[in-house]
Ligand binder design. Structure first.
Ligand SMILES: Nc1ncnc2c1ncn2[C@@H]1O[C@H](COP(=O)(O)OP(=O)(O)OP(=O)(O)O)[C@@H](O)[C@H]1O
Length: 505
């Protein structure tokens, strides 16, 4: 419990709540110290002590990897890998760099190759050696850049080493925010562990496969809800590795109580945690950092931005009725399937599905209201190409790897820039190309500037007026001021929800 520190000073929720409240102060302090320059700025530099060392010390001396600091620096630069922390392992040149003398490495590398992974992606190059050294990491890399394998490979190695040493019980917990993502992680894991003698399972709503005791597994994949329920019954005292996929979502209000329970159940003092996401807003990073011991942050490319291989555009649709007309036009003009269409609610998702089905489109829909079995059947049909267009909610925005999605359409304007990045990231995966089209109407003006800025920073052409729109915060501040002038300020309460809200403000 010490390592993540959530239990210090009493109930875990309270501890997390106080961490959340503490965030703005620390952030302000840091901003002051960094003379107003955000570490999140578009120009990323190697700010790690290792990077500083590269510049200051001998450029030719070989490190423990046998590679010179210059080589390490050049490799990071080539792959746009930026690191922050101390004593950072050099990136992999190839997968076989992880190879040690033990027999199982050979089989594992053959499994990696069989998945079609011949060369590590940038995040894999840097995260794998760090996790093999049991370092706690915060990894931010674009959507579709292979983060799953970046944590699965070292976890499989560590679990196997643990099993060889005779350690009993669950060695690693892998957490994803949705059932679909957890199932996807479990699928990749199953391919990776073939022939290695490791026992892995997906903890789903229906439990593990009948008759299986999950405490006898080596690696368990699950959603926070399933894990928090399982933790109540079994505890996770043997767990050495805890991976948060879509970490910023898992530290979000909706999951905070469940994640607290999971973390509290992992009492092993050897426990190491790793956070992965395509987006890590600064406030969430502050929170995550306060849960980790000497973490290393790895960033690939530009932080919190959409994948560079996606062509993005904005389409003005006037009003609600204009959306359906614009969608019909896109379909009639030969927009290539498979297409994912995002809406902002379950009701809107169902309604659009009905409208399109009446028009003869090969369409289906998915949202959290459907039963688990129905949801996975829809996902399978879409993967197999039996559906051309899938209408969905943000349930599908994070982590889901439909490799061939050609087009993402934001039918409803995303509620935040983070949501935009994840939605758009369902296309253009693993270096493929894709397009993302976002409908907007007048009432979306408040958020338009943020999205336009994101597009601009990924090299898209955006009309200048959009970049000059008034900051949403300025508009909001003005509205709040107007309200304050007319009403007394409501009394603040001390609940977790209220504290989070205050941090957000
Ligand atoms: N080394 C590799 N070489 C080629 N393809 C890879 C490699 N690693 C992963 N992939 C493929 O890249 C795709 C995206 O990987 P993954 O789902 O892990 O991305 P991600 O970074 O987790 O994305 P997101 O942020 O959207 O969750 C997958 O189809 C995966 O099979």
């Amino acid at each position: 419990m010490d390592q993540l520190g959530l239990k210090r000073g009493g109930r875990t929720e309270d501890a997390l709540a106080s961490l959340l409240t503490a965030v703005p102060f620390r952030q302000n302090k840091r901003e002051k110290l960094s003379s107003g320059k955000s570490p999140n700025a578009a120009t990323l530099v190697d700010v790690s002590p290792a990077g500083a060392h590269n510049r200051e010390a001998s450029h030719h001396s070989a490190g423990p990897s046998g590679r010179s600091q210059d080589d390490v620096h050049a490799l990071r630069k080539q792959h746009r890998i930026y690191v922050k922390g101390t004593d950072i392992q050099p990136p992999l040149v190839e997968f076989s760099d992880v190879c040690k003398k033990r027999k199982f490495y050979k089989k594992l590398l053959a499994n990696v190759e069989e998945c079609g992974f011949l060369e590590p992606t940038p995040i894999q190059r840097q995260a794998i050696p760090l996790m093999l050294k049991r370092r706690e990491v915060l990894c931010v890399a674009p959507t579709g850049s292979g983060k799953t394998l970046a944590y699965l490979l070292p976890i499989v190695i560590q679990a196997k080493l643990g099993a060889l040493k005779g350690r009993e019980g669950v060695k690693a917990l892998l957490v994803g925010p949705t059932r679909e993502l957890a199932a996807q992680i479990a699928r990749v894991l199953a391919r990776l562990v073939q022939g290695l003698g490791l026992r892995c399972c997906l903890l789903s709503a229906a439990g593990v496969t009948a008759g299986t005791d999950f405490t006898k597994m080596d690696i368990v994949v699950a959603t926070p809800l399933r894990l928090s329920k399982a933790a109540k019954k079994a505890g996770f005292s043997s767990v050495e590795f805890l991976v948060f996929d879509e970490a910023d979502k898992l530290l979000d209000q909706g999951f905070v109580a469940q994640m607290d329970k999971v973390v509290a159940a992992c009492t092993n003092p050897r426990r190491v945690a790793a956070f992965f996401s395509a987006t890590l807003p600064e406030k969430v990073e502050e929170l995550a950092r306060s849960l980790l011991k000497q973490p290393v942050r790895v960033t690939v490319g530009e932080r919190n931005s959409a994948a560079a291989s996606v062509q993005q555009r904005l389409v003005f649709v006037g009003n609600e009725a204009g959306k359906l007309i614009a969608l019909r036009d896109l379909l009639a003009s030969g927009t290539r399937p498979p297409i994912l269409v995002f809406t902002n609610s379950k009701q809107r998702c169902d309604a659009l599905h009905r409208d399109l089905a009446l028009e003869g489109v090969l369409v289906d829909s998915i949202s959290a209201d459907q039963a688990p079995g129905a949801r996975s059947a829809v996902v399978d049909r879409f993967r197999e190409g039996r559906i051309h267009l899938l209408v969905c909610t943000d349930l599908m925005a994070r982590g889901i790897d439909f490799l061939n999605v050609q087009t993402v359409i934001n039918y409803d304007f995303p509620l935040s820039a983070v949501d935009y990045v994840h939605r758009v990231g369902r296309t253009g995966r693993a270096g493929r190309s894709g397009q993302a089209i976002t409908f907007f109407e007048e009432r979306d003006a408040g958020q338009l500037r943020r999205i336009a800025n994101l597009m601009h920073s990924s090299g898209m052409e955006v009309p200048a007026w959009m970049l000059q729109l008034r900051k949403e915060k300025t508009v909001l501040k003005q509205r709040l001021k107007d309200r304050k002038d007319s009403k007394p300020h409501p009394k603040q309460n001390g609940s977790l929800r209220a504290k989070r809200k205050r941090v957000a403000e």
